[in-house]
Design a protein around this ligand. Structure first.
Ligand code: IMP
Ligand code: MG
Length: 182
């Protein structure tokens, strides 16, 4: 029996479900990038658990780099203003970049990041997000790979946070609304 964090209302995706799905995503990405080299570009900090599991299912040569972008603050709603807090270390010029995100919500964050990377001369820029919350989309942006489609509820665990907490839960759960409404 799993001991559920008391602030989580229910488990949406279990450790096992996530593990299987992430493996499938890694296999698909490996097939699609056959004969190429790849840079996994993680968007900190939500990407860390997903990226570290995903990369172990990728069989083409791959490097990793990270970027930190802010559009959220401490609440559960994106503010709309996107700033790069920490840029990637390598030069994106000529690279096949695969942006790795925990969840695509309004899409505002990546709708700023993706064209900026293309302008800097990346060979290709695609997006892999573990979760997709399509009901909340505000901008037109396509996911190249996603793990699960999710309902419009605030989720935590497996890298996803609320006010920087709960990232260490091994599953993805629905946060009790009273936690963020208080
Ligand atoms: P977007 O710009 O609205 O697509 O924001 C995406 C970012 O918002 C994600 O990378 C997450 O950090 C955060 N986010 C969106 N929905 C959730 C959620 O349900 N739980 C935790 N973080 C979320
Ligand atoms: Mg994030």
């Amino acid at each position: 029996m799993k001991i559920m964090n008391r602030d989580v209302q229910s488990i949406l995706f279990s450790e096992d479900e996530i593990k299987q799905r992430v493996a499938q995503m890694g296999e698909q990405i490996s097939r699609d990038y056959q004969g190429k080299e790849l840079v996994l570009l993680g968007i900190l900090r939500g990407c860390v658990v997903f990226l570290s599991d995903l990369m172990r299912h990728i069989t083409v040569p791959c490097e990793i780099d990270f970027m930190s972008v802010s559009s959220y603050g401490f609440g559960t709603q994106t503010t709309g203003a996107v700033t790069i807090r920490r840029d990637m270390t390598m030069d994106p010029k000529g690279k096949n970049l695969l942006i790795v995100e925990d969840i695509l919500d309004t899409g505002v964050t990546l709708s700023h990041v993706k064209p900026a990377l293309e302008q800097r001369g990346a060979e290709s820029v695609k997006i892999a997000s573990l979760l997709d919350k399509p009901s909340r989309r505000k901008v037109d942006i396509q996911l190249d790979y996603y793990g699960f489609s999710t309902p419009n509820q605030f989720l935590v665990g497996y890298g996803l946070d609320y006010a920087e907490k709960y990232r260490n839960l091994p599953y993805i759960g629905i946060l009790k609304p009273e936690i963020y409404q208080k």
